[in-house]
Ligand binder design. Structure first.
Ligand code: ATP
Length: 201
């Protein structure tokens, strides 16, 4: 099988996430895209997202959009309160699925920050990377120069252009807070869940 990890805060999951997951699944013939809400994102420690269990439920609602999408709690909170590192998540997935081809799906903004992740070189060994375009972030070979990828590492990275969803969770939360249900930006089941539980109000 061809399996992609799709990690994120998902606070909340929105149409931008769905768009890149669908585009990646189509372009790379993925059997499964694993939406993995991150309990504690090491690069976003200063912000407090909704509780992990709520974001897991929201991701479950989002996954109803496509039969290839599935939620995993592989990045649940650690008992010792430490952050969740993607290098550990991919190592665990490689152990769980030794016969499968693993991908890591990210948006352009996340990938351009790769050198700030823990063990970037190991991360490129553990999976092939699918990097989706995101409005506001250039994604040409020249833009990857600061990442100092070797030839072998560059071959592990697939650029996926054509996704032009100008949506950010930060803007979305502000609109939800003002009482806007954001039906244009949220998958239907996510919008329903958000309204039912009065989230972000
Ligand atoms: P914020 O917009 O507040 O920064 P976010 O939606 O980027 O939040 P995450 O939920 O952590 O934050 O995103 C998960 C992954 O989805 C990341 O790899 C991010 O780059 C990607 N992503 C999020 N929104 C988009 C978008 N509109 N287009 C392409 N990729 C996106």
């Amino acid at each position: 099988m061809r399996i992609a990890l799709f990690g994120g805060t998902f606070d909340p999951p929105h149409r931008g996430h769905i768009a890149i997951a669908k585009a990646a699944a189509d372009a790379f013939a993925l059997d499964r895209v694993l939406f993995a809400p991150t309990a504690l994102q090491p690069l976003k420690l200063e912000t407090a997202p909704l509780p992990f269990a709520t974001r897991l439920a929201l991701a479950e609602a989002a996954c109803e959009e496509d039969p290839r999408f599935e939620v995993t709690d592989i990045d649940a909170p650690h008992p010792d309160g430490l952050p969740n590192y993607t290098v550990d998540t991919l190592t665990e997935l490689a152990r769980l699925y030794p016969a499968d081809t693993l991908f890591n799906l990210v948006g352009a903004d996340s990938f351009l920050n790769l050198r700030n992740w823990r063990e970037p070189d190991r991360l490129l060994e553990l999976a092939e990377w699918i990097v989706a375009s995101r409005p506001g972030y250039a994604l040409n070979d020249g833009d990857l120069a600061p990442l100092r990828l070797s030839k072998w590492q560059r071959d592990q990275v697939h650029l996926l252009g054509g996704v032009e969803e100008d949506i950010s969770a930060t803007v979305l939360r502000a609109r939800l807070h003002q009482g806007d249900p954001c039906l244009d930006l949220l998958p239907e089941k996510v919008a329903e869940y958000t309204q039912r539980h009065s989230l972000y109000r």
